[in-house]
Design a protein around this ligand. Structure first.
Ligand code: A3D
Length: 320
């Protein structure tokens, strides 16, 4: 049986890391696409040359021609620009919306059956626009953010409790931005919810609040340190986990920016929710009951996403 084909649209910091991870995990053959001439070709060759050393079998190709993504099973989109210190994700909207248009058209023409994972920011609005521009079914177009945000939350929690991050699970809802909603009562250490751990005296509410805030600011913390770009290792790992769930029909329960219609009282919007990812793409949106405070935070996050979607419609009439 032929190996799956994974197309990476954007061969920058995240795109290159995605290519390396996909090859090392032998998820399939990899095509790296970028408008910058030489970049995808150079990265593909460099990674291919690590194959004999690492011992993986995968064909890697770099290209500036959309025709080379033909028949891709998965497309992961990082094309666009990242933020610089002082910028918010939302400042990227105008420039990255134009990029989503060309990427959507490229996928529509050459890889209409792919499972598409968008990473480009501002995430919730860009994945919404990419689905519209590509015309692919909503369950096959999804945004990566929740796995990363939950990963950051899990990392900080494992440091606080001094336990393996494998035993820490975390739950994050809402848009990928300052309004994201880390849910403490659904986040656990070995199944024990965080509020119970506060009661047990293992941590304090103040410390927990600080961790939640650090999670919300996780992207900006890295932008501030790097100064020339944004996080790329953990974002790439997170998208690869989603791609693997699809390619191997794992039915993983992963938080991601999915098209939500009906659940959470929403009438068709991309926002971060827990989902089941399998061979059909987003197979289920898990509609959990929120308490009053959680609902208020979620509503605020949804309003922020709606504002960005309206801004997209204002810029590009074809989206209205
Ligand atoms: P970067 O290293 O700049 O790579 C972006 C690549 O896109 C560059 O190689 C560009 O040449 C290429 N590109 C630009 N325009 C086009 C186009 N029209 N078609 C094809 N390629 C194009 O950025 P990065 O890899 O660090 O980040 C990529 C995106 O991911 C940015 O928008 C970031 O803000 C975003 N990001 C999202 C998260 C989430 O959790 C959602 C995390 C980190 C970064």
């Amino acid at each position: 049986m032929a190996r799956p084909k994974i197309a990476l649209i954007g061969a920058g910091q995240i795109g290159g890391t995605l290519a390396h991870l996909a090859a090392m995990k032998e998820l399939g053959d990899v095509v790296l696409f970028d408008i910058s001439e030489g970049t995808p070709q150079g990265k593909a060759l460099d990674i291919a040359e690590s194959g004999p050393v690492e011992g993986f079998d995968a064909v890697l190709k770099g290209t500036n021609d959309y025709a080379d993504i033909a028949g891709a099973d998965v497309c992961i989109v990082t094309a666009g620009v990242p933020r610089k210190p002082g910028m918010s994700r939302d400042d990227l909207l105008g420039i990255n919306l134009k990029v989503m248009k060309s990427v959507g058209e490229g996928i529509k023409a050459h890889a209409p059956n792919a499972f598409v994972i968008c990473i480009t920011n501002p995430l919730d609005a860009m994945v919404w626009a990419l689905q519209k521009f590509s015309g692919l079914p909503a369950e096959k177009v999804v945004g990566m953010a929740g796995v990363l945000d939950a990963g950051r939350f899990r990392h900080f929690l494992s440091l606080e409790f001094g336990v393996s991050m494998r035993d820490v699970s975390a739950f994050v809802l809402g848009g990928h931005g300052d309004t994201m909603v880390p849910l403490a009562r659904y986040s656990t250490v070995a199944g024990i919810p965080l509020p119970d751990l506060v009661k047990m005296g293992w941590t304090t509410q103040d410390k927990l609040d600080a961790i939640v805030q650090r999670t919300r600011d996780g992207g900006a913390e890295i932008v501030g340190l790097l100064k020339t770009g944004s996080a790329f290792y953990a974002p790439a790992s997170s998208a690869i986990e989603m791609a693997e769930a699809y390619l191997k029909d794992q039915k993983r329960v992963l938080p991601c920016a999915a098209f939500v219609k009906g659940a959470y009282g929403l009438d068709g919007l991309y926002v971060g929710v827990p989902t089941v990812i399998g061979a059909n793409g987003i197979e289920k949106v898990i509609d959990i009951k929120l308490d009053k405070d959680e609902q208020a935070m979620f509503d605020k996050s949804v309003d922020a996403v709606k504002g960005l979607v309206e801004a997209c419609k204002g810029i590009d009439n074809s989206l209205a």
